[in-house]
Design a protein around this ligand. Structure first.
Ligand SMILES: [Zn+2]
Length: 74
């Protein structure tokens, strides 16, 4: 997975960020499989609270094993 580095808030220019995630049932679910879900993480600007980026940490896990680029533990 490519690393994304956010250095400045595009809304207020702030440079401090907090990473938070939806827990429990607020997970993203694969469109292909009910069983495959992932926590949705957000990068949030400390100064204005805008969500700058939303992401899952292991997107490959939303795919079927045969479609993954790398074999990870499921
Ligand atoms: Zn901001």
């Amino acid at each position: 997975m490519k690393k994304i580095r956010i250095t400045q808030c595009r809304f207020c220019g702030g440079t401090e960020f907090i990473t938070a995630y939806h827990s429990g049932y607020a997970r993203v679910q694969s469109a292909e499989s009910f069983m495959k879900t992932a926590n949705l993480y957000h990068t949030i600007c400390r100064d204005c609270g805008s969500v700058l980026r939303s992401f899952v940490k292991e997107p490959e896990k939303l795919l079927k094993k045969s479609e993954r680029r790398q074999e990870g533990e499921s």
